[in-house]
Ligand binder design. Structure first.
Ligand SMILES: [Zn+2]
Length: 251
């Protein structure tokens, strides 16, 4: 591979048409059917090998949670991974993945769409959140950019340039994720935009949610373990399509 880009080059790439297991095939988003993405066929994407294995772990985790409810990941949509000489080093080094959809099969079929689900009915919002929270469990602040981040209303950008860390109220991407959680489980009027600074209203609703799910003694911004425990519970609520408190921590 010849690459002379100032933004960086991939050290190596592998070609993948699935994540985690061949049953979870990758599909390229080719267009739109109304607000929903069109993903007609299995597609092959170039990925950095380490990044690919991290994505595999994320999909494996998510599939395991859905399997509790007799659902399985059928295919995964993407708008792209490697972009030669992209302005951002993430895509120019194949260490980024633009997630557009996850389709589920099993007792019923269900489509989580990165453009539509976050603004659709509550079950769609909850499952979109499960998808984005699972991503945040495996990648750090700034490595997961979704609907609450400017320019990411129709795909979730995931990259591994940021090491795994605690939820950070100073991060625009983490504020967007946290506000989506509050919008979905506490008050639908909470604006999911992560651009504004974290304020006392956000903190009020976060504390209310933490009390309901019995995690009020393990604030998610206080340690990496609390972050992971909190996000794991949000993933489980979304997969199950249940209100806050269906699953609880130990406080
Ligand atoms: Zn991207």
């Amino acid at each position: 591979m010849t690459c002379t880009c100032a933004t960086g080059c991939p050290s190596s790439t592998i070609q993948r048409n699935y994540l985690w297991a061949p049953q979870a095939e990758l599909r390229y988003r080719t267009g739109w059917y109304g607000p929903w993405g069109v993903h007609p066929a299995m597609s092959t994407f170039a990925l950095d090998p380490t990044f690919a294995s991290q994505l595999d772990n994320m999909i494996s985790y998510l599939n395991n949670e859905f399997s509790v409810w007799n659902l399985a990941i059928d295919w995964i949509g993407s708008a792209g991974t490697y972009v030669d000489c992209d302005n951002y080093p993430y895509h120019s080094t194949a260490r980024a993945f633009d997630l557009t959809a996850i389709a589920l099969t099993g007792v019923s079929s269900f489509l989580i769409d990165s453009n539509q689900s976050w603004q659709d009915s509550i079950v769609h919002k909850r499952r979109y959140l499960s998808m984005i929270c699972a991503a945040r469990m495996f990648f750090g602040s700034g490595g997961v950019l979704g609907a609450g981040f400017p320019g990411h209303q129709n795909h979730i950008h995931i990259d591994n340039w940021h090491s795994l860390n605690t939820l950070n109220l100073g991060s625009i991407s983490d504020r967007g994720i946290l506000r989506q959680i509050l919008n979905c489980y506490e008050n639908p009027l909470v604006n999911i935009d992560g651009s504004a600074v974290w304020n006392y209203v956000d903190e009020y609703f976060l504390n209310s949610l933490l009390t309901k799910i019995k995690m009020n003694c393990t604030h998610p911004t206080s340690s990496i373990w609390n972050t992971l425990g909190f996000l794991h519970l949000i993933v489980k609520h979304g997969v199950a399509n249940q209100s806050a408190g269906f699953y609880t921590g130990n406080c």
